[in-house]
Design a protein. Sequence first.
Length: 292
Amino acid sequence: MSKTAIEIDSQPRVWRQALTGVDRARELLAAPGERVLVIGCGTSAFVAESLAWLRESAELGETDAAYASELRPWRDYTRVIALTRSGTTSEVIDALSTIPAGVRRVVVTGVLDSPAAALADDVLLLDFADEQSVVQTRFPTTFLLLARAAFGLDIDGVVEQAETVLAAPLGIDPAAFDHFVYLGTSWTHGLAQEAALKIREAAQAWSESYPLLDYRHGPLAVAHSTSLVWMFGAADERLAEQIRATGATVLLGTLDPIVELVQAQRLAVQLAESRGLDPDTPRHLTRSIILT
């Protein structure tokens, strides 16, 4: 079994451990009434988008998300939350270095002794959720579940639901498809983007992601009989009927969106293995992107 598959299976246990630190997460992430910017790269940028939606839906304050490499003109933020599993991502370090004095810098990382952590006013350390493999799986899901709990959002039964699905076969033959599309709405659009990235990273396959209803505005044109279209956290039957008319297979979201992402991770690993690829070591990628 690959390291990635083992790390995927470990998620319920890691989630439980994370939830023992919900008070610390609430202190660093909630900040009621503050204007907050969340930044990251790759997976962390998608998680940042989801976190921004979740924080605003919890009515904690205005929250923006941005790629660390593409910061918008500065607004009057009081807190910046930087997501970097390794703590060495060049663009995140550069972005943290440009934040004005007086703005609180919170770094969420798996490595305390890291350049990004050294630039932080506060660190939310999730070293127990870090992975050995290049491909991120349990680190982003652990953080988002912890954030939901910290924001007072309902997570009842999510850990148990993940245990149930991980104990059962995936129920999808990934080798039957050559095109994978993930659709999300509100905070699950970030999850859809992350699911599509797993397919590209681990399996070198064709994948796309879009806001749920925007899929009808053009991308539907390439759907075909070996396309799999997966709706995260949504079950829009009218859209599903239009997609099925192309011959594509549609999966409607019936699980908690975080658990759906776990299933998408499993799909990516199984697809990689069916193609004779090692999901632990995607080509041209490293655990941390350090620019020289």
